[in-house]
Write a protein that binds this ligand. Structure first.
Ligand SMILES: Cc1ncc(COP(=O)(O)OP(=O)(O)O)c(N)n1
Ligand SMILES: Cc1nc(C(=O)O)sc1CCOP(=O)(O)O
Length: 522
């Protein structure tokens, strides 16, 4: 028999110990196939070989009936005894070459990998696919470390695009994170995951068929979005031109003030009050809630979330991860302000942790912070040093190219603030020349910009680029208006006037006074 063609989209990996008590494992397998599972692996860690063979025979009856391949975990003897379509082996099991020798050329052979080197070796050793893991924390086994989508992407990028080796991700994959993982891990070499491998997300679900249907839908959507991104399409045809974006500002600001969208801020002690007041003055509504235990409830009622790593404690971080995860699940935009990301290794590690667990829609930072984030995600750029939360030096030689490259890589919008601000969604890139130097002489003006972007993102859900540009412009114009006031004598009086002028900003002023130019890059 020749090797079957395999669809890896939703790959069920079983575990009897985790199977939902309302049904047998055999029912779980059948229900999941009816829901859309395309490949099954029988993974039974506690059975001896005769019992494993017995169960495998029953499972194979079901999978054969539905024409879905069955693979056996770790035990080649069982795979050969039942003549299943193949097997999966781990790094600590029989070697890939030995497994291939025993199985012959026509069986499907998969191997677990957690590094680019292991993936390249699997390819050389004749595997048909690799399981890339552990992606996220899982209760199914104790992982040595988690890769997150960024680590998964590093492995995909170590593989040649056109080699037939297939890839699936494993570890903590659920309905709510599938789409993001597939989109976010897509490599710039054009590699996109071929599937998601799931244990508890299916076997422990109360309805295995519905869970599988959801996973298949999310995988397919993620795959389609990832291929659009990689082809540089990013729904270009639907995107407003820079001029249209500018013309849409009056309406955006009016809508913001009518709707007063609620934004969940996990902000820092230094600026909490300023960011709350700036949000209110603009017309939005802030809730400053740093407790992880209320993040899920809040995610249902807020319209956007701002994560600010300015004053780091473990409980802040826990809340940011929780709020980000639930915002993703509810499709609410997430704005990350990686305050001081390059200043200490804790801040850098925290930014990496957030980016690896949460899909961030808009990253806002100064040059030093953007340089650190670029380094974290493997985007080559010049390195900008930080002192405390401030960037040092004169900035990037080509700042527009840096923000565009990061936006493309992370599939999000990047806003870099400074004397000139740059915003890009990977396709459209602009420089904004508004603002006043007093903004740099009070604490929290950058954080207030992140809050302003958060309020605009809450109402401009289909165009985060427009939200980021609007968020920056609104505060920069308010800064210019405040600095021009007779009663402003320095940073102290500016601070109060700034809040006034945010509230006084007229929608039509934005278009008239904006100094914004489109930047064309290759
Ligand atoms: C698709 C897939 N990927 C990885 C694994 C893990 O296999 P292994 O490393 O052998 O660990 P155990 O499954 O034995 O705990 C897998 N089973 N499937
Ligand atoms: C079986 C397995 N292998 C992993 C690896 O990293 O190789 S993670 C994992 C468990 C996956 O279970 P769940 O979908 O419940 O998180």
């Amino acid at each position: 028999m020749s090797k079957p063609t395999v669809d890896y989209s939703v790959y069920l990996v079983t575990d009897s110990g985790l199977n939902h008590p309302s049904r047998t494992l055999l029912q779980s397998v059948e229900d999941s196939i009816l829901g859309g599972v395309t490949l099954v692996q029988l993974r039974e860690k506690d059975l001896d070989t005769p019992a494993f063979i017995d169960l495998a025979r029953k499972v194979h009856e079901i999978t054969k009936k539905h024409n879905v391949p069955l693979l056996i975990n770790d035990n080649i003897e069982v795979a050969l005894a039942i003549d299943t379509e193949g097997a999966h082996v781990g790094q600590d099991d029989i070697s890939c070459t030995e497994a291939r020798r025993l199985l012959g050329p026509n069986k499907i052979l998969g191997i677990s990998t957690g590094t680019p080197e292991e993936a390249q070796k699997a390819l050389a050793d004749g595997a048909d696919y690799i399981g890339i893991g552990t992606c996220f924390m899982t209760q199914t086994k104790s992982p040595k470390r988690t890769l997150g989508p960024i680590g998964v992407r590093a492995i995909l990028e170590a593989l040649p695009k056109d080699h037939p080796l297939k890839t699936v991700v494993i570890g903590g994959i659920k309905r709510d994170n599938t789409r993001r993982v597939v989109e976010h891990s897509a490599g710039r070499n054009g590699r996109i995951l071929d599937g998601v491998a799931v244990v508890t997300g299916i076997v422990s679900a109360s309805d295995a068929k519905a869970a599988s249907q959801d996973l298949l839908r999310e995988f397919r959507t993620g795959y389609e979005n990832a291929s659009n991104y990689l082809q540089g399409q990013v729904s270009k045809e639907k995107k407003k031109s820079i001029d249209e974006v500018l013309q849409s500002f009056p309406q955006l600001l009016t809508t913001l003030r009518e709707k007063a969208p609620l934004t969940h801020h996990i902000s820092n002690y230094v600026v909490m009050n300023d960011t709350a007041n700036a949000t209110l003055a603009l017309g939005g509504s802030p809730i400053m809630a740093p407790s992880a235990s209320e993040a899920q409830d809040l995610s249902k009622v807020v319209s956007s979330v701002v994560l600010n790593i300015g004053t780091l404690t473990e409980s802040f971080v826990e809340c940011m991860l929780e709020a980000g995860k639930h915002a993703n699940a509810q499709s609410k935009p997430v704005i990350l302000d990686p305050v001081g990301a390059g200043a200490t290794s804790l801040r850098e590690a925290t930014a990496a942790r957030i980016l690896n667990h949460v899909h961030v829609d808009i990253i806002k930072g100064n040059a030093g912070e953007i340089s650190t984030i670029s380094k974290i995600v493997g985007c080559d750029s010049e390195s900008i040093a930080m002192r405390g939360v401030d960037s040092l030096g004169s900035g990037f030689t080509n700042p527009a190219a840096v923000v565009q490259a990061l936006a493309k890589r992370e599939k999000c919008v990047v806003a870099m603030t400074g004397k000139i601000d740059y915003v890009s969604d990977g396709v459209r890139t602009v420089a904004i020349e508004n603002g006043h130097e007093y903004q740099g002489r009070i604490t929290g003006s950058g954080c207030m910009i992140a809050s302003s972007i958060g309020s605009f993102a809450a109402i401009s859900t289909d165009d985060h680029f427009a939200a980021a540009v609007a968020g920056i412009l609104a505060l920069n114009l308010a800064g210019e208006h405040a600095a021009a006031r007779d009663d402003v004598r320095g940073p102290g009086t500016f601070r109060a006037a700034f809040i006034d002028e945010i509230a006084n900003l007229k929608p039509e002023q934005v278009v008239k006074e904006a100094r914004i130019k489109a930047i064309q890059l290759n």
